[in-house]
Write a protein that binds this ligand. Structure first.
Ligand code: XMP
Length: 518
């Protein structure tokens, strides 16, 4: 358990609840998101929050079984901020009235103007008379609860900002956490200041605390860690090594589907720079052998996932007597999101992970990054002295080049792909674009095309370049390279890589495409 003051966000299923956590982390405030079903009075007592935020959500407070917080939220004596549905919940629970939308529904940009009475929550707001906010509500508050007063109105929301300042209850109809409420961060800053947060959730403090917790959890037992060379598992490994030294052994499974020079980079970094005990499991023959003749994307993914677990287990055995498995699980992976639609979502791709291993091997998990977002993991990596070139790396999928080689995988295709990818990334770096792009790679297409080079005919593979901008990989847009850049890159690839005579640029966004080809 953390020693910091904690803020509890009760999630009612808004699409943007994670952004609330984001804004708070930027203020160095520790917070956790928990779905409303889980937050009982007993939970509240144990969590002991210094403040509570009630998120937005798609429900109507008067619908049957509408999501509600436990009554204890309003008797804890701590500041509460209700956002959108959270505001409606507060009014509903505290004696106000909420009505169905129709003419008063608002979606998108709106402008809030202040009332004469000032409110500390709004310090820094309204310097220009009104503030832009982002609304997204069907229902609206029609009568505020006793004790509340109005501090801001919009044309369609006479109760855009309401508060009972004596009890530190605040309720707003708009979403301060989104980009389109430009002064929203200021509102959160005021809220946490009013709640008395010290803002001491820094990376430096986190690192020391994480090290202490790892030592406490592990004692003198051995820990194994699956190292992929990606940022998350690398930061986890270095942090754990700092905590327990040689009690940690990393296992790096080389499935033969890595990029040019990748295995060497990982080995040099961890073995030579950090002196972390590392097993280099070169199992490329096994993986490529089993993948021979396989062209179905799901069969590829499942084959790789199965072999990975077998191989990891085999090599982990060499460590002898490990009791813990370390993983670079991040905060977004552990947030329990609230589903109102019910029913399982469709599986688009079977993502590769080492799920199931801990039970199979009787291991307990060490997950020191569970409370962090990706950019916080990068900040921690910097704190631990990992080089920038490593920290800023684009994500690379577990199944590696297998899913960038649609159709059948051959060693020849993999070699061509590695060379082309290295030229492409080199181009991106040379033009100073690497950090602007979320992920970039080459895929080798399962077609050969006719070309003419010199005076001769060629019949070689076509490849496709991909570069996307994204925040979290869930949605993505293609990167708008200049024509000059694309022309120069295509020329370099065809000139420098034997086996490719045609280059395409993939301009599909996600959705409808996905980032990887398979
Ligand atoms: P897609 O292709 O689903 O990819 O749009 C979204 C992001 O996830 C990465 N990706 C994976 N990462 N194991 C991983 O660790 C996987 O099996 C996997 N498949 C895709 C992909 O590179 C992109 O960043």
């Amino acid at each position: 358990m953390t020693q910091h003051d904690r803020l509890l966000i009760i999630d009612f299923g808004s699409q943007v609840t994670q952004l609330i956590a984001r804004r708070l982390r930027e203020l160095n405030v520790y917070c956790e998101i928990h779905p409303f079903q889980k937050v009982t009075d007993a939970f509240l007592a144990e969590f002991a929050p210094r403040a509570v935020i009630l998120s937005g959500g798609p429900a109507s407070v008067f619908a049957e079984g509408a999501p509600m917080p436990p009554a204890g939220v309003f008797t804890l004596g701590v500041p509460v901020l209700g956002i959108c549905y959270g505001q409606q919940v507060m009014m509903h629970c505290l004696g106000g009235k909420v009505e169905r939308g129709h003419k008063t529904a608002e979606f998108g940009r709106a402008y809030v103007t202040p009332e004469p009475e000032s409110l500390p929550l709004l310090a820094g707001w309204f310097a220009e008379g009104r503030e832009q906010v982002w609304m997204s509500h069907g229902d609206h508050v029609s009568a505020i609860a006793p004790g509340f007063r109005v501090f801001g109105t919009s044309p369609n929301a006479p109760f855009a900002i309401t508060a009972d300042p004596d009890r530190h209850f605040y309720a707003v109809q708009f979403h301060p956490e989104v980009h389109h409420t430009p002064k929203g961060a200021k509102l959160y800053e005021n809220f946490v200041r009013l709640a008395g947060f010290k803002g001491d959730w820094t990376m430096d403090a986190y690192r020391d605390e994480a090290i202490r917790k790892i030592r406490e959890q592990v004692g003198d037992a051995k820990v194994i860690c699956g190292l992929s060379g990606g940022v998350d598992s690398s930061v986890a490994a270095v942090l754990i090594h700092e905590a327990i030294g040689d009690q940690l052994t990393c296992v790096f499974v080389d499935h033969g589907l890595l990029r040019l020079g990748e295995a060497e980079q990982v080995l040099t970094m961890f073995r030579d720079t950090y002196n972390i005990p590392l097993i280099h499991a070169d199992e490329s023959e096994l993986f490529l052998g089993e993948l021979e003749g396989v062209s179905d994307p799901e069969v590829k993914r499942k084959t790789i996932g199965r072999l990975f677990i077998d191989v990891f287990q085999k090599h982990a055995h060499e460590v002898g007597g490990a009791r813990f498995l370390a993983q670079g699980t991040l905060y977004p992976d552990v947030i329990e999101s609230v589903s109102f639609s019910g029913g399982p979502s469709v599986t688009i791709k079977s993502h590769h992970n080492v799920g199931g291993l801990p039970e199979k091997m009787g291991l307990k998990l060490v997950e020191p990054l569970r409370e962090l977002f990706k950019d916080e993991v990068r900040a921690l990596g910097r704190e631990l002295g990992l080089p920038e070139s490593f920290i800023g790396r684009h994500p690379f999928p577990g199944p590696g080049l297998a899913i960038r080689c649609p159709g059948e995988i051959t060693r020849e295709k993999l070699e061509i792909l590695r060379q082309a990818d290295a030229v492409y990334i080199d181009q991106i770096r040379k033009h100073g674009l690497y950090d602007e792009i979320w992920q970039a790679f080459v895929a080798i297409l399962p077609v050969k095309t006719v070309g003419v080079m010199g005076d001769g005919r060629t019949y070689e593979f076509a490849c496709s370049l991909r570069a996307v901008t994204s925040v979290d990989g869930m949605t993505a847009d293609y990167y708008p390279f200049t024509h000059d850049f694309l022309g120069e890159t295509a020329t370099r690839i065809i000139n420098e890589v034997r086996g490719i005579n045609r280059v395409m640029y993939d301009i599909t966004s996600k959705p409808p495409g996905t980032i990887e080809m398979e």
